[in-house]
Ligand binder design. Structure first.
Ligand code: ADP
Ligand code: MG
Length: 698
């Protein structure tokens, strides 16, 4: 085995730079340096003409001559200007610094290659501090079509490692040390999945000579990055599946068939049918199911859950449905009770506010198996909640539930019951696959037919009068309206003040008895909340002023307007959740986002995204791009998501491809024991040593 060269011994680095590279970038060896990828490339594959440029042009390359060099002003006002000409037009150049140097080194009248981004100045375009290189020299540069650009930092740049410095060091390292690069994927495997070899990929990612080369290099390296992660996840998942045998739901019987044929109030969507089948297959397999069901708000996840629970009942098991809030649990209970009316199936509700007297009846009924479906909140997790034969657990809104909590439910029967986790915060599939190693994923990707897309409008505070007029017109048509205020723990008191001020001004502008307004927030007693919700659900109040407690699940089909105050303070997925509270009935629904006039760039993107699309998955991807995956799931500390080249938000297809490859490999050679897989096994062991935590997530 060849030794791997420590970074200080790479030509042109030395101890001082090495120390910085280790400290700032975690580059310890020449191999780490090879994996320090450019973050973008400057495209020098074509030359532009001056008359093609406009205010939106990116960095471009021109050929022409420099004329009229002129120095004006003194001190801070000192500048040099010149005119750059090609056969189509002329454009001015400006320098504020290094004037003496440039004046001496620029020769008027010879041909230059100019490289830079045109800027917009007083209605015309110019170049500020462009790069200029005589054509003769520029041509001699090898592989200069795509110039790699590297991230650097102040200290590194001082030590000569700016982007150009990195380029040079990496070029040298390739010349001297390329032998240290080891292939990680065997020939047969690369052929099968059409991957170029590792050394070529590394060279081409830094110094591509064509777009094609660059793409192949990227593909290979991204594939590899995902592949080893997936290998680890699938291996541990394999292990877990072996470990936990699950109950077998042998048959589909009367409960299901009776409901499906006589009670189902609508035709299932194709996606719903597919997911029911997937779950049916899981629960018949003899292994415990752990499945994540993703579906946009309103896509009908609850019906899928109900149908699967009926299959569990057909096999003499009990079911539990857990929701994150009392309001949501209560609503689920009401909906299911209504849907199951006349079937003789006993269901009940258990939340923190259920009285001791009621519990006294409930517990024995649960233990005797009389209650078939128990719906509730975290209260269900308590040890004293015992079932006779729990077989199927549904957890709604997964993002508030950790693994630890999930596993509490596992212990409520001799074997762990099947678990279906439903999430209405669509996590981009890439992220789900990466994060939930032990969960299989099902997706409902269509909405029930006949839904009118919600119209979303962004308004500023100063448009408030306008919005009021709109509200009055909608109420006159018989509709109901939500008005939501942000509530963030850190500024709780101020937020409550905003909420109360808002409530007061609404009752002023919409005075009773003509108008009636409800209010719901986290500081109220459960029974008061419940009362207010009921009033609104029953249509006795037209306006519901609330904090985000209504975010999840609440279902009032006649409510068709969602007004979100200080919308800039909400995250994208939260805005989308809130919007999902309307658009549930036959009427055209609206979502109005109200913000201050001044918005951050992020804030503006969030508003624009909401206005542009209703697609939860698209929104989740934008969210991921804006916030980075670390923020999304509280995975920041785990550091698991700092990928070197692959992008969770964008490389979904490659991830799936790599996951497939990993799964096929494990099928063929579960222990990677085959002679041909030797290099792969070596690389995998190294990967596990570097990233020991990948398998344990979720
Ligand atoms: P989710 O929990 O996925 O946000 P729900 O299960 O609350 O969505 O469903 C939203 C609404 O759509 C409910 O009123 C439900 O009865 C209705 N629904 C569900 N599936 C269908 C379907 N296939 N056709 C028509 N309406 C449906
Ligand atoms: Mg729901």
């Amino acid at each position: 085995m060849t030794e791997i060269t420590p970074i200080e011994y790479v030509k042109g680095i030395g101890p001082q730079r090495a120390e910085r590279l280790k400290k700032e970038l975690g580059i310890f060896t020449v191999l780490d340096l090879f994996e320090y990828y450019p973050f973008r490339y400057e495209d020098r594959s074509r030359f532009y003409k001056i008359n093609e440029l406009n205010a939106e042009s990116e960095k471009v390359q021109l050929i022409g001559e420099v004329h009229n060099l002129k120095v004006t002003g003194n001190g801070r006002q000192k500048r040099m200007t010149a005119v750059f000409r090609d056969e189509t037009s002329a454009i001015s150049l400006v320098w504020f610094k290094g004037i003496d140097y440039f004046k001496k080194n620029i020769t008027p009248g010879i041909k230059y290659v100019l490289f830079g981004k045109p800027s917009h100045y007083k209605g015309t375009l110019n170049f500020v501090h462009p790069e200029l290189e005589p054509v003769s020299e520029a041509k001699l540069k090898k592989g200069a079509q795509f110039q790699p650009v590297y991230n650097s930092g102040e200290y590194l740049a001082k030590l000569g490692l700016n982007s150009k410095g990195f380029e040079k060091a990496i070029r040298n390292a390739f010349i001297e040390k390329h032998r240290e690069i080891k292939e990680t994927l065997p020939d047969y495997f690369r052929k099968k999945y059409q991957l170029i070899n590792r050394k070529q990929a590394l060279i081409n990612i830094h110094f591509p000579e064509s777009l094609d080369q660059l793409q192949q290099a990227r593909f290979r390296l991204k594939f590899e990055e995902f592949f080893f992660i997936q290998l680890q996840i699938l291996k541990s998942k394999h292990f877990k599946k072996e470990a936990s045998a699950g109950y077998v739901f042998e048959k589909v019987g009367e409960h299901f068939n009776n409901f499906y044929n006589n009670k189902l109030p609508f035709e299932l969507t194709g996606s719903q049918k597919r997911v029911v089948k997937e779950i049916r297959k899981d629960t018949a397999s003899g292994k415990q199911m752990n499945r994540l069901l993703q579906g946009d708000v309103g896509s009908g996840k609850t019906m899928v859950a109900l149908l699967c629970m009926l299959i569990a009942l057909d096999n003499d098991f009990q079911c539990a449905l857990i929701a994150p809030t009392e309001i949501l649990a209560t609503q689920h209970y009401q909906t299911l009770a209504e849907q199951l009316e006349g079937t003789g199936i006993k269901i009940d509700l258990l939340t923190g506010s259920v009285k001791a007297s009621k519990r006294k009846i409930l517990h024995p009924e649960l233990e005797s198996g009389e209650i078939k479906i128990l719906i509730g909140t975290h209260a269900l997790l308590e040890d004293k909640v015992k079932f006779k034969n729990l077989g199927f657990v549904v957890i709604d809104e997964q993002h508030r539930f950790g693994v630890a909590q999930r596993s509490k439910m596992w212990k409520k029967n001799t074997r762990p019951p099947h678990v279906l986790v439903m999430s209405a915060t669509p996590i981009p599939r890439t992220l789900a696959m990466t994060l939930y190693g032990d969960l299989d994923v099902s997706v409902i990707d269509e909405l029930p037919p006949g839904r009118k897309p919600i119209e979303t409008i962004h308004k500023y505070d100063r448009d408030r009068l306008n919005v009021q007029g709109f509200m009055k017109r909608e109420i006159a048509k018989g509709r109901q309206i939500y008005v939501v205020y942000p509530l963030i723990e850190e500024s709780e008191n101020m937020d409550y003040k905003d909420l109360m001020d808002g409530y007061e001004s609404i009752t002023r502008d919409f005075p009773p008895p003509q108008y009636r307004t409800s209010i719901v927030h986290g500081k109220m007693k459960p029974e008061d909340k419940e009362y207010e919700m009921q009033q609104f659900a029953a249509g006795k109040t037209q306006i519901m002023v609330a904090t985000t407690v209504i975010e999840v699940g609440v279902n009032v089909p006649n409510a068709s307007v969602m007004i979100i105050e200080s919308a800039e303070r909400f995250g994208l997925s939260q805005l989308h959740q809130l919007r999902g509270r309307v658009g549930r009935g036959a009427e055209q629904s609206y979502c109005i986002l109200i913000t201050g006039f001044k918005l951050s760039a992020d804030g503006r993107t969030r508003m624009e995204t909401m206005v542009r699309t209703n697609d939860g998955f698209e929104i989740a991807e934008v969210d991921l791009n804006l916030r980075g995956p670390g923020d999304l799931m509280g995975t920041r500390q785990s550091g698991i998501l700092d990928l070197k080249i692959a992008d969770l938000a964008k490389d979904n297809k490659i991830l799936q491809y790599a996951r497939n490859a990993a799964s096929e490999l494990l099928k063929a050679d579960p222990d990677l024991a085959h002679e041909l897989n030797k290099p792969l096994k070596r690389a995998f062991l190294q990967f596990q040593k570097d990233r020991p935590d990948w398998g344990k997530i979720s």
